[in-house]
Design a protein around this ligand. Structure first.
Ligand code: GLT
Ligand code: MN
Ligand code: MN
Length: 391
């Protein structure tokens, strides 16, 4: 086994939909055969992954009878038992069927909204039965093509009603389950509601049981909005709201590419791993490291496993780089904060006396403004760590 090869303790997971992506896109049909769920579980286990996640219909095809469902679930659980793989997260497909073309929880038709709740309650039962403790909700169709179709305030109220409803459902069943809401700015709709980590966190605070919900940020989705992914993740982590994460790669300004983790914006990927691993100090993310990505359309099955192993190895390599960078004495010297025995205590919070002292202090703003901070050198040090000539 290679030095960076994954082991289950690394907590790497893949969605069934990721490695089973057949390579279809809006301009071309599938290039790969779908694999059986057992085969996927076995191959991922062999590669060193920790678990798999799924949408209800990744496991149980849409329209299956109750008997078929039970047989599929029993076979799946056997595959998990045979391999030691686990299911940390589950989710609902509320986007593929035409019934959801106007959204699910925000659709104008109450029949569609009620059906979306029914499908989600069934899928929550399925997820919990398979061991899931996190329930992801990605509202891909919760948006508009023509913004004239509904008042966006009403859409947010419908989202609130839906999540309050689902929290009550989970409580009524005594499930140990938390929701992780996944923002995305657009695609497949022109505009999607609650488009970024920041919007989602503010929305969660308006719900009846905010502690039952956090966020599931995805690299590609924040990058599509032109935002710094690792800063959004850090804000969620600091707020105790990082309940799950979708790792992948994305070029800025493009469609949702879902590329192999770390294959774009390597500095962004390193900064993300620094945040998740807590190498800069502070809270570390302890949840599963989920890859929501897929292999290029050029690949056959071997390419899919190259892709999956690549995601996991890149994370492990970046983890090593993150530790090396944050332990580098020159890095530490540049980012060390000056200690000021008088001002530091005053900055911790307002007091009338402290404010008086701050207002009476004469600051040498020219000296402060003229001081070089050596961030050019700092950034070059990061580049040299990444390029493998340091650390
Ligand atoms: C879909 C989407 C992802 C979400 C999945 C969960 S489905 O693949 O592109 O970002 O995380 O519903
Ligand atoms: Mn995702
Ligand atoms: Mn995506």
């Amino acid at each position: 086994m290679g030095r960076y090869d994954p082991v289950p303790e690394d907590r790497f997971t893949f969605g069934l939909w990721t490695v089973n992506n057949p390579g279809a896109d809006p301009f071309g049909s599938a290039v790969r055969e779908r694999m059986s769920v057992r085969h996927i579980v076995e191959k991922l286990a062999e590669l060193g992954a920790y678990g798999v996640n799924f949408h209800d219909n990744d496991l149980v095809p849409f329209g299956s009878s109750a008997t078929e469902r039970d047989r599929i679930v029993a076979d799946f659980k056997q595959a998990l038992a045979d391999t030691g793989m686990v299911v940390p997260m589950a989710t609902t497909n509320l986007f593929a069927h035409p019934v959801f073309k106007d959204g699910a929880f925000t659709a104008n038709d109450p029949q569609v909204r009620a059906y979306a709740l029914q499908k989600t309650m069934d899928a929550i039962d399925l997820g919990v039965e398979c061991g899931a403790s996190t329930y992801v909700c990605w509202g891909g169709r919760e948006g508009t093509d023509s913004d004239a179709c509904r008042d966006p305030k009403v859409a947010i109220q419908r989202m609130r009603d839906a999540f309050n409803y689902l929290c009550e459902y989970v409580l009524s069943r005594d499930y140990e389950l938390r929701f992780a809401l996944e923002p995305k700015p657009n695609e497949p709709r022109c505009n999607i509601y609650l488009p970024t980590v920041g919007h989602m966190m503010a929305f969660i605070d308006t719900l009846d049981h905010p502690q039952m919900l956090g966020v599931n940020p995805e690299v590609a989705h924040e990058t599509m909005s032109g935002l710094s992914f690792h800063q959004g993740v850090a804000q969620a982590l600091e707020a105790g709201k990082l309940y799950h994460i979708d790792l992948n790669g994305q070029k800025i300004g493009r469609y949702d590419q879902d590329l192999r983790f770390g294959s774009e914006d390597i500095k962004g990927a390193l900064n993300l791993v620094r945040v998740l691993e807590g190498t800069m100090g502070g809270t570390k993310y302890e949840g599963p490291l989920h890859f929501d990505a897929h292999a290029y359309r050029t690949e056959d099955e071997q390419g899919v496993w190259d892709f999956a192993l690549g995601c996991m190895r890149t994370y492990n390599i970046l983890k090593e780089k993150a530790h090396a960078f944050d332990n580098d004495p020159e890095v530490q010297e540049i980012i060390a904060t000056p200690v000021d025995g008088t001002l530091d205590p005053l900055l911790e919070g307002f007091t009338l006396e402290g404010a008086g002292t701050i207002r009476a202090t004469t600051f040498d703003v020219d000296a402060l403004g003229g001081k070089g901070l050596r961030y050019e050198r700092l950034d070059q040090l990061m580049m040299e760590h990444l390029m493998g000539v340091r650390g």
